[in-house]
Design a protein around this ligand. Structure first.
Ligand code: NAD
Ligand code: UGA
Length: 443
């Protein structure tokens, strides 16, 4: 099949490359010329496990190519997939301006014998209907529209595409749904057919539910700290109940990324427009905001005054195996620490360049994780990269001037902390305090 994907970001690029891998002819279009030049030269603009090899394979076989040119992308396409960003507006609602721009351009350039226009971007319920009218802004075409929300996770995007739990296809006509089913059938993933509105809603509900699980376990973790329970054992015990399930019960410093924060806010906004108060989801969002800054609050309690102190911070991306720092807890923490007058040294195996473009020289960038630990008066872990989990607390303790670790992702066991000369604060587990340190414990 000839397919075009508009927007070559995390979703568009992975989708395009995976569709090319299963034998389709795919053209990815992006407005960002630099990005397209980079892709044409065989380099991936994003860090995603497996993407370099897949791009090489599919471009060399002639199944995948890149362009900035709409006539080139639209000329032959039987299916055009829209995968541009739908970021939050200041009021939390989804900004659909890129989507509208794309739809109007597709409407102008696409074949007029009924190509299927598929929306993969996460869009508020009702948007696909608007897309139909945007497609017809410049001239009236015979477009078929469909919603095909994406469920991949960054860091395992290619794996998720081939091993997803479901593919949702929301379409009006049976023929459109069947054609799209044929397109994705080689992935071997179960397919659910729904109306367009239900498909759009499935995407928001899924993200909102996962975010709810995270905020729920984080609140349980906060209680565990006060009641002397261990949240990891609690989550394990809860997860063994198949009705609950064990995934997404990892307590930490909250969810970040380009989607959970944006999509939960958009759903609250969508509910508000229907005069429905989505109180549950508002609480989920509120709990998450508090959780992201929890470690800095702990440090403030420990040190009373943070001014002039030196801190190391490991992990900048919103989760491991990605360079994406959108809504990452690390960024909230760094900004708070800087406001408190702390000198911050950061380290991340892949996300450092992205942080540099935002924070510039306001923080110090270490070339190795040891450099971010050495001689520090406190250390924070914001992302559970494998590189940090294999460190030993005894090593960290020796490197630091004042070995106090605030671990936002529970990378180490409480038992290990008990055997190392380090004060160890984690999430939902008892703090381990050794009285030998220079900075006394405040309680
Ligand atoms: P992204 O920001 O990484 O990529 C969007 C791309 O679209 C960029 O390369 C940008 O240059 C391009 N673009 C913007 N305006 C354009 C235009 N007018 N014409 C052509 N290209 C244009 O975004 P993403 O993370 O890939 O997310 C895309 C959509 O998919 C969002 O709605 C998001 O909510 C949804 N989604 C994302 C993920 C994820 O893991 N990132 C997963 C599921 C769904
Ligand atoms: C999430 C969903 O998992 C995908 O299904 C969805 O397609 C995507 O959003 C999207 O719509 O963009 P992603 O944001 O890439 O994927 O990453 P997740 O693995 O879901 O993690 C999101 C955040 O939740 C991370 O900050 C992670 O640290 C946090 N998290 C996750 C927890 O704190 N605890 C957990 O148990 C799981």
């Amino acid at each position: 099949m000839n397919i075009s994907v508009i927007g070559a970001g995390y979703v568009g690029l992975v989708t395009g490359a995976c569709l090319a891998e299963i034998g389709h002819h795919v053209i990815c279009l992006d407005v960002n010329k630099e990005k397209v030049e980079m892709l044409k030269s065989g380099k991936s603009p994003i860090y995603e496990p497996g993407i370099d090899d897949l791009l090489q394979k599919t471009t060399q076989s002639g199944h995948l190519s890149f362009t900035t040119d709409y006539p080139v992308a639209c000329e032959k396409a039987e299916v055009i997939i829209i995968a541009v960003g739908t970021p939050s507006r200041p009021d939390g609602s989804a900004d659909l301006s890129a989507l509208q721009d794309v739809a109007e351009k597709i409407g102008f350039h696409a074949r007029h014998d009924g190509p299927i226009i598929v929306t993969k971007s996460t869009v508020p319920v009702g948007t696909n209907r608007k897309i139909r009218s945007w497609l017809n802004t410049h001239q009236t075409g015979k477009f078929r529209i469909a919603s095909n929300p994406e469920f991949l996770r960054e860091g395992s995007a290619i794996h998720d595409t081939f091993n997803g739990d479901r593919i949702v296809i929301g379409a009006e006509e049976e023929e459109t749904a069947k054609r799209l089913e044929e397109m994705v059938a080689p992935f071997g993933v179960p397919i659910l057919h729904t109306s367009i509105e239900s498909a759009e809603m499935i995407k928001y509900s899924s993200n909102a539910f996962l975010a709810t699980k995270i905020s729920f376990i984080n609140e349980i973790a906060n209680l565990c700290e006060k009641l002397g329970a261990n949240v990891e054992d609690v989550a394990k015990g809860m997860g063994m109940d198949q009705r609950i399930g064990s995934s997404f019960l990892q307590a930490g410093i909250g969810y970040g990324g380009s989607c959970f924060p944006k999509d939960t806010n958009a759903l609250v906004q969508m509910a508000g427009e229907m005069e429905h108060d989505f109180e549950l989801l508002e609480s989920v969002i509120h709990v998450n905001a508090k959780q992201q800054v929890k470690l800095v609050q702990m440090a403030k309690k420990r040190f009373k005054d943070l001014k002039g102190k030196r801190a190391g911070l490991l992990g900048l991306s919103f989760k491991p195996n990605t360079d994406d720092i959108r809504e990452a807890a690390s960024m909230e923490m760094i900004n708070l620490l800087l406001d408190e007058g702390v000198q911050v040294t950061v380290y991340d195996p892949v996300a450092q360049e992205n942080v540099k473009s935002i924070l510039g020289s306001r923080v110090i960038y270490a070339d190795h994780c040891f450099e971010a630990i050495e001689d520090q008066e406190m250390l924070f872990i914001a992302t559970e990269w494998e590189e940090f989990k294999v460190l030993r607390l005894k090593t960290i303790s020796k490197l630091m001037e004042n070995p106090i670790l605030f671990d936002g992702r529970n990378c180490f066991s409480v038992e290990e902390a008990e055997g190392a000369a380090i004060d160890y604060y984690s999430i939902g587990r008892p703090a381990v305090i050794h009285s030998v340190l220079k900075t006394p414990h405040s309680e």
